[in-house]
Design a protein around this ligand. Structure first.
Ligand SMILES: Cc1cc2nc3c(=O)[nH]c(=O)nc-3n(C[C@H](O)[C@H](O)[C@H](O)COP(=O)(O)O)c2cc1C
Length: 352
């Protein structure tokens, strides 16, 4: 105990003040005196490895196709579209699209067919709109020889050709007013006490549908919603985090948003799972309110012991991390909710 206190004292009075001064010393500190970032390092590296491995061995990599298709689509929406663009990656997009199509034909169900349709549509529009060039011709001839996934006949009438990209005027806007949004935001509060009433899965799925519409970096959507509604499992999940110890058993459903670091090639994107997962979680919680459900976000600090427990229960891969936990259910109207005073904009905004 004494040894621990002395070491803590030295850290606080000597090591931290000195090592914070430059990057080399900071790395030295985190290499020899604190292991706090070590799991993150390993997870990020595992994600990078998985991403590279898939690309190198011609394995399907949906994240890559999403990102590249997104880049092409952005090019198609430029006010003054360049006559030639994407020469440095069009072959790569087509190559990846081909791999995912092949995967679909070999193993239907393993590939998101909406992604294939979106991708096909964007790539076709790209070829139709750029000027002739040997690189484009090469990619085009590969593309034309792909056996494309087609929408099943029975769905053709329902889903007309994908309007990609589309004009803003083609969609209806403004059916939700500011007042509606304010009411919904005031309605959503962290609820910790729930009725003993099962939560229909279709409502959860509807809320996830809204969550999928959140923005994500390069449209990668690097997360999964792992939902636990069986009495036994949801209590196992609920017993892991620290912040809900006194009341987790009364929460009917737990949702763990899991981030996938295999979505990225580069360390510069290592924080994006947290941003994207946070944005999607917020949309999810607001959507729940519109469906009569309530929620509570749950603290998930970076604690090795807890993460290991969660990894075991969820069977997470070595490049996946829990980002966000939420409890969901029908709020018990006879229990109290903390008021939780909010800052007013004047304390939050700094212009220019
Ligand atoms: C990342 C995060 C972690 C949270 N962790 C917990 C938690 O562990 N236990 C809990 O009771 N509430 C938790 N909350 C809820 C906050 O206490 C709550 O959002 C905050 O007090 C504001 O209240 P409101 O959500 O009702 O606006 C968490 C919220 C967030 C965003």
């Amino acid at each position: 105990m004494l040894k621990y206190q002395v070491s803590q004292h030295i850290q606080k009075t000597v090591l931290i003040p000195v090592c914070r001064k430059n990057r080399f010393l900071s790395s030295f500190y985190y290499c020899f005196f604190s292991k706090e970032f070590s799991r993150e390092h390993q997870k990020v590296l595992n994600g990078k490895y998985t991403h590279i491995k898939a690309l190198k061995s011609n394995k399907p990599n949906e994240f890559h196709l999403r990102r590249e298709t997104h880049r092409l689509e952005k090019g198609l929406t430029m006010k003054e579209q360049r006559p030639l663009f994407a020469l440095d990656y069009i072959n790569d997009v087509v190559h990846n699209y081909k791999i995912l199509n092949t995967e679909y034909w070999n193993n239907p169900g393993s590939v998101d067919t909406d992604l294939l349709l979106w991708s096909e549509s964007i790539i076709s529009k790209y070829f139709a709109s750029v000027d002739p060039h040997p690189t484009v011709s090469k990619a085009k001839s590969v593309f034309e020889n792909i056996k494309h996934f087609k929408r099943p006949k029975e769905l053709l009438e329902v889903a007309a050709e994908l309007p990609v990209p589309y004009f803003r005027r083609e969609r209806e806007y403004n059916s939700v007013t500011y007042e509606d949004m304010l009411k919904l935001s005031l309605q959503r509060r962290s609820v910790r006490w729930y009725m003993d009433k099962p939560v229909p899965r279709d409502l959860l799925e509807k809320a996830v549908t809204i969550a999928t519409l959140s923005p994500t970096a390069c449209n990668r959507q690097p997360f999964e919603f792992r939902i636990f509604d069986s009495e036994e499992l949801k209590n196992v999940i609920g017993s892991i985090p620290m912040g809900i110890k006194g009341f987790y058993e009364n929460i009917p459903v737990f949702v763990v948003v899991v981030g996938k670091l295999s979505a990225y090639l580069s360390e510069r994107d290592r924080h994006v799972i947290y941003i994207d997962g946070g944005l999607a979680s917020m949309s999810f919680m607001l959507a729940l309110e519109t469906l009569g459900l309530s929620s509570v976000p749950i603290n998930w600090p970076d604690i090795e012991e807890l993460e290991k427990k969660m990894e075991n229960v969820l069977h997470l891969k070595d490049d996946e991390r829990p980002l966000m936990l939420m409890g969901v259910g029908f709020a018990d109207p006879d229990q109290k909710i903390p008021y939780s005073q909010k800052k007013s904009p004047q304390y939050l905004i700094k212009y220019n």
